[in-house]
Design a protein around this ligand. Structure first.
Ligand code: GN1
Ligand code: MG
Length: 559
């Protein structure tokens, strides 16, 4: 590295000194911590993003958010050229860079890494990082720190895209690297026009039916998603979106609101009550990459009927399966008969959802927890649908299948558009444009749910009745060292410590429809216990007994 480069990096080091005694790690969702600890981390992630752009000769994204965490926290994650998550093999470098204790150390790490990765820092290649942030008050200062980091690589450009949802930034990175228009307006235009296209293709007999509200009421978590959804809603005329908790009336981000709160606690978010009984409600998380629906019960109960990520997945799978069956109806359209539809879940998916999907004849795959794993698996199919129960997921279309759809669509444009097979081509193409191909996106997910419900002629109640969730319970156990738990089979089987899995099996066998697994969290210092059984009482007892086993094997008093 030349002298100019060296001095720029040293300057950035001294501008934002690391907090003594704090060690951060690029976990499942990037770096997250109290915002006051993060300026030096942001600066270094800026450096990393610029190096990633150099390496991939593409535009890279840097998103400043702590999603569903409290407002005083913040965080940062990187979007790779495809719009997906940072390649996992760069994560150790991110950790090392963020924790480099001295300027010499920082330079040494960068020198070693660029050599290993074959990155040439000659300052002649274009380097660009798109920066986005959510509504957290600390975002602005952290953006400055990240910008300084990016521009401390010679020739690198940091482009501030403003306040965005996480999926918007990922979408923009993907679009830019495909040479497509990538502004926020382009994002809204693409979503709204594909939504209108799908609405226009709804079978006429389904257009008017009873029991379906025109309106959906959305809890915006007092975050960035609510305001963006309002803007998007203005471009849609067939749907009324009422946004509450948009953060414009002083509500606190993620405080008693948002998808994480609603899904975990199974209670109403702030500003929802018995007046909303029976209507279609949805909740976004703080950076709008998670979506769950819920139904407010009749008067007197604060518990809700949760329509979670598993049910969103099931709805999407039903619709897409129907379209694929239309494609295969006509002899001359059978040339993509092989279109492989796959669904991807984690062990946290409710067992009833997995049974339901299997009964539909679908291929159900399991991966470890974390979107990066689900996304990777889903990308193996012509159409891959993935969702975590907590509402993070999307539908991926393979390049070759989109190519086929586009070619068929061009033929159709010049001919008739009457058969269901032709409509199915147009619908699938519109879905591929509506649903975010980069990452799970609550805004595009919401529009797809809404249009499919209208297509089916279903109320939220009808949708919720697709299957009944098995009662379940999740617990957290504090242990001496959670990394002592090693699992296999998509985290459903413990291989270490020895004997723990056998003990879990023996306990689980006592409960009808019992299922239970434990795994170390990737985002908190706990071991998570998940249990399911035929009654709530049994699920609770199973979870408690297994939590005790975890404590016996791994607790502070075990040895
Ligand atoms: C049970 C659960 O909800 N786990 C969450 C949580 O991961 P853990 O590794 O379980 O802490 O945070 C991840 C990142 O947001 C999310 O992808 C995942 O679904
Ligand atoms: Mg989020």
């Amino acid at each position: 590295m030349n002298e100019e480069q060296q001095s720029l990096l040293l300057k950035s080091y001294s501008r934002f000194l690391p907090t003594q005694g704090v060690k951060l790690s690029y976990g499942t969702a990037g770096f997250r911590a109290d915002a006051s600890l993060l300026p030096s981390t942001l600066c270094r992630v800026g450096i990393l993003a610029a190096l990633r752009s150099l390496k991939t000769t593409s535009v890279i994204g840097l998103m400043i958010t702590a999603s569903h965490n409290k407002v005083s926290d913040n965080g940062v994650k990187i979007a790779d050229p495809s719009g997906g998550m940072l390649s996992q093999h760069w994560e150790p470098f991110a950790d090392a860079l963020a924790n480099a204790p001295s300027p010499q150390h920082l330079l040494m790490l960068i020198n070693e890494f660029v050599e290993k990765e074959g990155i040439s820092m000659d300052g002649v290649r274009p380097v660009e990082v798109l920066l986005g942030r959510d509504t957290r008050p600390s975002g602005d200062a952290l953006l400055h720190a990240a910008t300084l980091g990016v521009t401390s690589i010679v020739g690198a450009v940091a482009t501030d895209m403003g306040i965005l949802t996480t999926p918007q930034l990922h979408w923009m990175v993907r679009a830019r690297n495909k040479g497509l228009r990538a502004s926020e307006q382009d994002y809204f235009d693409q979503l709204s026009s594909s939504f209108r296209c799908l609405m226009g293709l709804i079978p006429t007999e389904k257009r008017k039916f009873d029991g379906m509200d025109e309106k959906v009421v959305v809890d915006g978590a007092n975050g960035v998603g609510g305001v963006k959804l309002k803007d998007l809603g203005k471009l849609l005329n067939a749907l009324v979106i009422e946004v509450r908790n948009s953060g414009e009336d002083g509500g606190v981000l993620n405080d008693g609101v948002g998808a994480d709160y609603v899904q975990k606690e199974k209670v109403l978010p702030y500003s929802f009550g018995s007046k909303d009984a029976g209507i279609r409600c949805a909740s976004l998380d703080g950076d709008a990459d998670r979506l769950v629906y819920f139904i407010v019960p009749p008067e007197g109960s604060s518990k809700i009927d949760l329509v979670d990520g598993d049910k969103i997945l099931s709805l999407f799978a039903l619709f897409i399966r129907e379209q694929l069956s239309f494609l295969n109806e006509k002899e001359d359209e059978k040339n993509y008969q092989q279109a492989r539809l796959g669904v991807v879940q984690t062990a946290y998916a409710n067992g009833a959802s997995t049974n339901y999907l299997k009964q539909l004849g679908l291929e159900v795959n399991f991966t470890p927890t974390g979107v990066k794993y689900l996304h990777e698996k889903a990308a193996e199919f012509d159409i891959g649908i993935y969702f975590e129960a907590n509402g993070h997921g999307t539908v991926l279309f393979s390049e070759s299948f989109i190519g086929w759809l586009e070619a068929r669509n061009n033929e159709i444009s010049s001919g008739s558009k009457d058969s269901e097979g032709e409509k199915a081509v147009m619908r699938l193409l519109a879905v591929s444009k509506l649903i975010n191909q980069a990452v799970g996106d609550a805004l595009s997910g919401l529009l797809l749910v809404e249009v499919i419900l209208q297509h089916m002629g279903w109320s939220i109640h009808r949708w919720n009745e697709l299957y009944h969730d098995l009662p379940s319970r999740q617990l957290k156990v504090k242990v001496a060292d959670r990394t002592a738990v090693i699992t296999t089979n998509a985290e459903t089987v413990v291989v270490s410590p020895p004997g723990l899995q056998e003990a879990i099996n023996a306990e689980t066998a006592k409960y009808p429809q019992g299922r239970c697994f434990v795994r170390p969290s990737g985002t908190e210092d706990v071991v998570r216990v998940y249990a399911e059984a035929s009654t709530q009482e049994a699920a609770d007892t199973l979870a408690n007994c297994v939590a005790k086993l975890v404590d016996q094997f791994l607790g502070f008093n075990s040895s």
